[in-house]
Design a protein around this ligand. Structure first.
Ligand SMILES: [Zn+2]
Ligand SMILES: [Zn+2]
Length: 456
C-alpha cells in the first residue's frame, strides 16, 4: 500500500471515529480493540532485521561486562543507540544510569526497566563472543535485559510517533498491507514511556539511587523482567503479591579472650560461642590462624531472606537477639551489624495485584493464556522491589529454555548462556505492556467542537 493510500485510510478513519476518549478498566482490555496489539508487536519484534540488530547489541555488551556503577561503556552504547533512534534521555542518573523518554512528554507516564551490571566471575563458556574481561561476566542475563529494553525502545518509537499525530498503525504485513488502524480524533494521543536503564542490581541497590534521583516521580506503573533458563522460550511466569524474597546481610564479631589451646580453662573461647549462634545461613566464618591458639575473636556473616517486610524485620531482630544471647552464654560479647559496604537491604519483590492481572491479559494476548503461568515465590531477591515500594510494579520471568538446544545453566554460574531466541519476546512484551498501559489510561478530553464531552 502506497503512502497516499495510507493518508486516505487515515483521513477516512478520522471521519468515522467518535471524538470522545475512553478510559478502560484492566478487565476490559481484552475487548477494547487493543487486544491485537501485543501479537502485532511480537511479529514486528521477530522481523529478521530487528532480531539481527538485537543479537548484535547483546553480544557486544556480553563481550564487555562491567560491574555495578562501572557500566560506562554499556551506558555509552545505550546512549548511542537512543541517539540513533532520536530518543531523548537523561544522563547520568545514579552514576551510569540512562533514563529515556518516548512519547509526548506528558502524562500518563509508565516505566519499563532493565538492569545493566555484570558479575565478578570468570566466564567458562567457550564461544565467539565470550567475555573479553578476565574475571567479569554477564552471568545473570543483564546484557539481554538491556538489549530487550533497547528493542522495546525501537518498537515504541516507531509506533508512538504515529500515535502522536493521531493515528496508530498497529502492524503491517511484510508486503505493506495494513492489518488494523486505531485512530484518535480531537486531541491527540498523550503519554510517555520512561525507559529505565539501571546500574548495579547485583547488591548495589541501583534501583534505590534511580528513585532518589527523582526521575520517576510522576510514573504511575513500572514493569521489569528477568530471563529464566527454567521456563520454555515463548512463555512467561509471575505471580500476584510476593514473588521474590527481601534480602539482608549481617555480620557479627564475637569477642572472648584468646589463649593456648591446651589450657582452655584460662580462655574465653569465641569459637565455641560462635558455633552456638548459627542462625539462618552463615556463609562466612573467620577466626583463628593457628591449630593451637584460641583466638580473641571470631567474625561470622550471612544473609537472611523473607517474603514480607514484617517477617524480615522480625528475623533481623531475632538474629541480633540470638547472636548476642548465645555469645553471652559462653561469656563472650557480640557486635552485630546489618549492612556490608553500604549495601542496602532489598525489600521483597511484591507484584501489585491489579497490575499483575493487567500483565496476564497483555502477555496472554501475545503468546496465549496457557503460556502465562503463575509460579511459586522464589527465595532469590531483586532490587526491582525498590520501585515497587514507591509505585505499583509487576516483575516477571521470561522463558529461554529450549530442550532441543540442550540444558541451560542457572544464572550466576560460569556456564550460564542466554538463548537469544527469547529477545523478541522480551522486547515485544516490554513495548506492549507500556503502550497498552498508556492507551488504557488516556486522559478524558473533550471533542474539538466543544459539543460532546466525554462522560466517562
Ligand atoms: Zn543476578
Ligand atoms: Zn539478574
Amino acid at each position: 500500500m502506497g503512502i497516499s493510500k495510507w493518508i486516505l485510510l487515515f483521513v477516512t478513519t478520522l471521519l468515522f471515529v467518535s471524538p470522545s476518549f475512553v478510559r478502560f478498566s484492566y478487565g476490559a482490555l481484552s475487548s477494547n480493540g487493543f487486544s491485537d496489539i501485543p501479537k502485532k508487536l511480537l511479529d514486528y519484534a521477530k522481523r529478521q532485521e530487528l532480531v539481527d540488530w538485537m543479537v548484535g547489541v547483546r553480544r557486544k555488551i556480553h563481550e564487555n561486562p562491567e560491574l555495578g556503577y562501572e557500566e560506562f561503556e554499556t551506558s555509552k552504547l545505550i546512549r548511542e543507540e537512543l541517539d540513533k533512534m532520536g530518543i531523548k534521555y537523561k544522563y547520568p542518573v545514579a552514576v551510569t544510569g540512562v533514563v529515556g523518554f518516548i512519547g509526548t512528554g506528558e502524562p500518563p507516564f509508565v516505566a519499563i526497566r532493565a538492569d545493566m551490571d555484570a558479575l565478578p566471575m570468570q566466564e567458562m563458556v567457550e564461544w565467539e563472543h565470550k567475555s573479553k574481561v578476565p574475571g567479569k561476566m554477564h552471568a545473570c542475563g543483564h546484557d539481554a535485559h538491556v538489549t530487550m529494553l533497547l528493542g522495546a525502545a525501537k518498537i515504541l518509537k516507531e509506533h508512538l510517533e504515529k500515535l502522536k499525530v493521531g493515528c496508530f498503525i498497529v502492524a503491517c504485513h511484510e508486503l505493506g498491507e495494513c492489518i488494523k488502524i486505531l485512530s484518535f480524533t480531537g486531541e491527540s494521543f498523550q503519554g510517555t514511556v520512561v525507559l529505565v536503564f539501571q546500574p548495579a542490581e547485583e547488591g548495589g541497590g541501583g534501583a534505590m539511587r534511580i528513585i532518589d534521583a527523582g526521575v520517576l516521580e510522576n510514573v504511575k506503573a513500572i514493569f521489569g523482567l528477568h530471563v529464566s533458563p527454567d521456563i520454555p522460550v515463548g512463555q512467561v511466569a509471575s505471580r500476584p503479591g510476593p514473588l521474590l524474597a527481601g534480602s539482608g546481610f549481617f555480620e557479627a564479631v564475637i569477642s572472648g579472650k584468646g589463649g593456648h589451646a591446651a589450657i582452655p580453662q584460662h580462655s574465653i573461647d569465641p569459637i565455641l560461642a560462635a558455633s552456638n549462634v548459627i542462625v539462618v545461613t552463615v556463609a562466612k566464618f573467620q577466626g583463628g590462624g593457628a591449630f593451637n591458639v584460641i583466638p580473641d575473636s571470631v567474625t561470622i556473616g550471612g544473609t537472611f531472606r523473607a517474603f514480607s517486610k514484617e517477617s524480615f524485620m522480625q528475623l533481623k531482630k531475632r538474629i541480633e537477639e540470638v547472636i548476642t544471647g548465645q555469645a553471652a552464654v559462653q561469656r563472650c560479647s557480640a557486635a552485630v551489624t546489618f549492612q556490608e559496604n553500604g549495601k542496602a537491604f532489598f525489600p521483597p519483590t511484591v507484584n501489585d495485584k491489579d497490575l499483575h492481572e493487567y500483565f496476564q491479559i497483555v502477555a496472554g494476548d501475545m503468546i496465549g493464556n496457557q503460556k502465562v503461568s503463575i509460579m511459586q515465590p522464589l527465595m532469590g531477591s531483586e532490587d526491582f522491589s525498590f520501585y515497587q515500594e514507591v509505585m505499583p510494579g509487576n516483575f516477571f520471568f521470561l522463558g529461554m529454555k529450549n530442550e532441543t538446544l540442550g540444558k541451560l545453566e542457572s544464572v550466576h554460574t560460569p556456564y550460564f548462556t542466554v538463548n537469544e531466541d527469547a529477545l523478541p519476546y522480551g522486547a515485544a512484551l516490554h513495548a506492549s505492556l507500556a503502550l497498552r498501559y498508556l492507551l488504557d489510561f488516556q486522559p478524558k478530553i473533550s471533542s474539538p467542537e466543544g459539543k460532546h464531552h466525554d462522560e466517562l
